[in-house]
Design a protein around this ligand. Sequence first.
Ligand code: FMN
Length: 142
Amino acid sequence: MPLKFVSYISSQSRVMTKQSIEDFLFQVRDKNKHLAITGILLLIQGKFVQYIEGPAEEIDKVYESISKDKRHTEMIMLDSGSLTERQFKDWSMAYKEVDDKQIKEIVGKEDLHLEDVFLNDKDIKNHPVLTVLYDFVKTLSS
Ligand SMILES: Cc1cc2nc3c(=O)[nH]c(=O)nc-3n(C[C@H](O)[C@H](O)[C@H](O)COP(=O)(O)O)c2cc1C
């Protein structure tokens, strides 16, 4: 079965409590383990940025159900493609809430103006959010 990855950005519908995030992650990790899906989910200033990878068929199905999930809106696919090797072998879903201080350290400014992403998708690959995502990818996979 060929491997595939997808990444997207979305807006959280409402603030989730610590407990509801824990419950949500428990469910997601359980299902991902079952389907051999791995990846990372970041929560940055009310936006989710997620990268998932796994068997192409499962990724398509899970992406479809994620896109219908009421816990977020304004979902925009950032990138997708085939993979020869996983980036997140050991993570059924790594999760990180990125605070303003970390954003500043990584991209050099406090406010990312994430809304810009929705207006300017030509530049999507150079957007600071992806810089943050790939920074974590590198940290976790090195
Ligand atoms: C931001 C976000 C990320 C999610 N990530 C995953 C995921 O990586 N894997 C997954 O199975 N479900 C994920 N979900 C949950 C799905 O939208 C959906 O609720 C779940 O797959 C339904 O599983 P079920 O039909 O087996 O109950 C995510 C939801 C949100 C809001």
